[in-house]
Design a protein around this ligand. Structure first.
Ligand code: ADP
Length: 469
């Protein structure tokens, strides 16, 4: 089977969050299962672009709102990611350093999707599946079904994966002028509440739809920023497939970002050596349990609760633990977290920004990972933490609920709580301390969680089954 993944992110080319990790790994595992998986994304000006070699494979053009846009498709020469990687360039539109966050993002991603569809139409053969990821690519199934220019591609089966339903790409109807001309009777396939909604369009027009955990699909039927009825109505074609993790990249025995490698058999010494390096770097105490947070500092992740929860934990539990935070997002939360550094010197530290290397060192050196997320479609951090022997503390939501069992329940190994409140987070830190202080139980927990299998092999096969269906 030949599959073309269309995405805004793909690790290590361009990553902002979990979408990048998934699109960097799933195609590789599909190749291993004997299929041909390809990935196409915009040609951002990232480090990867300048450090690798590419061939130009296609040049084309299309008219968008009266302007001709020329596009170029390049292909990475060596197949180093384990699959064919294609990048789309449109000068002045896609040639940016960052993935998102520009005023013309809507225009950029419509142009990207149009270039991809136009290019696929020029192939000598047809792929079996076009797999579109998140709202930035949600218009592709519509364009392939209902635009006059491209509906000759309507026989190609499309899959739409929702990695995050919070972001839907809403735009006004005046922006329909950027679309390839389409059958006006089909406007309803784009519309939701008098706006064009690319996420809704993906759900309506794709042959099959999936979310990245079963729990999250269930939640979308009850709370999805207005799309609840749509998920209920389309339930017959929607599935939940839990993400995996790329165990070649995320392996404490070989991780090139780590100074000290370890397995579940040597976790005690291995984690301690990594913890020492981390504590030395950030002025923390190796003899206290280390709690970390890694992620986007946004409401979804409940990052706004961290400053108070960290302060309360340190005060009420007499500084019996250390905290280290890595992330970026809301400037208010960033400032609060930065300003706490002086106040809690020796107990708390933070690094604001994106730092892939540090994130690996933190998963390896920490004892506990905090994930109080209000919304978590799947969550990869908790799976990385498990693999690196770091006990996750999670709110019971979406994929977190599907992957972490509270240590108080039978067979449990993590700390779970219900509400995203400062009180519940602080109480969970207290429960984690109790676990940590029971050395024997903590040691067994670390050994156990490192052996939980969240690798992609299983989920990659489930995607193939979905394509086959
Ligand atoms: P989301 O996609 O909603 O951000 P996920 O848990 O699915 O959340 O994936 C987050 C991914 O991004 C993980 O690989 C995590 O380690 C990484 N990540 C998030 N913030 C940072 C950061 N500031 N520095 C390094 N890695 C980060």
């Amino acid at each position: 089977m030949e599959i073309l993944h269309v995405s805004a992110e793909c690790y290590p080319v361009a990553k902002v969050g979990g979408l990048g990790d998934v699109v960097g790994a799933l195609p590789k595992y599909q190749q291993k299962l004997g299929h041909i998986a390809k990935v196409v994304l915009p040609m951002y000006r990232t480090k990867f672009l300048f450090e690798n070699q590419f061939d130009v494979v296609h040049k084309g053009a299309f008219s968008m709102d009266g302007h001709w846009l020329n596009y170029t498709i390049i292909k990475e020469k060596t197949n180093k990611l384990g699959f064919d990687l294609y990048l789309v360039d449109i000068m002045g539109i896609l040639d940016r350093e960052r993935v998102y966050g520009y005023d013309d993002d809507t225009y950029r991603f419509i142009a990207f999707q149009r270039a991809v569809v136009d290019w696929v139409g020029k192939w000598q053969h047809r792929p079996d599946i076009i797999h579109a990821h998140d709202h930035h690519c949600g218009l592709i199934p519509f364009m392939m079904q209902y635009s006059y220019e491209y509906n000759y591609l309507s026989g190609i089966k499309t899959i739409f994966t929702i990695h995050n339903g919070q972001y839907q790409g809403w735009m006004g109807w005046d922006q329909a002028r950027w679309f390839p001309a389409f059958d006006a009777y089909k406007w309803g396939m784009l519309d939701w509440n008098n706006m064009i909604n690319p996420l809704a369009a993906g759900v309506k027009c794709a042959y099959k739809v999936n979310t990245v955990s079963s729990g999250y699909l269930e939640e979308l039927r009850h709370s999805s920023k207005g799309l609840e009825h749509l998920f209920e109505y389309e339930r017959g074609k929607c599935f939940g497939i839990l993400n995996g993790i790329d165990t070649e990249v995320w392996n404490p025995e070989t991780d090139s970002y780590l100074q000290h490698h370890y397995s579940y058999l040597t976790a005690d010494e291995g984690k301690r050596a990594n913890k020492k390096a981390l504590c030395d770097e950030f002025g923390l105490d190796i003899n206290k349990p280390l709690f970390i947070f890694i992620g986007r500092m946004v409401e979804e992740k409940a990052a706004d609760l961290l400053p108070q929860a960290i302060s309360d934990s340190i005060y009420y539990m007499n500084g019996r633990m250390n905290f280290l935070v890595l992330g970026s997002g809301s400037s208010m939360v960033e400032q609060q977290l930065e300003s706490m550094r002086g106040h809690f010197f020796g107990y708390y530290n933070s690094q604001i920004g994106y730092n892939e290397a540090l994130s690996h060192k933190m998963y390896a050196g920490a004892d506990f990972l905090l994930m109080p997320s209000r919304v978590e479609p799947c969550g990869l951090n908790q799976m990385y933490a498990l693999r690196y022997g770091t006990v996750p503390i999670v709110r019971r939501t979406g994929g977190l609920n599907d992957t972490v069992v509270d240590y108080g329940d039978e067979g449990g190994f993590g700390v779970c709580f219900r509400e995203a409140t400062v009180g519940e987070i602080t109480h969970s830190v207290y429960r984690a301390l109790q676990l940590y202080e029971d050395k024997e139980r903590m040691g067994k927990t670390v050994e156990k969680i490192m052996q939980i299998d969240h690798s992609w092999e299983r989920s990659a096969q489930i995607y193939i089954n979905l394509y086959n269906s």
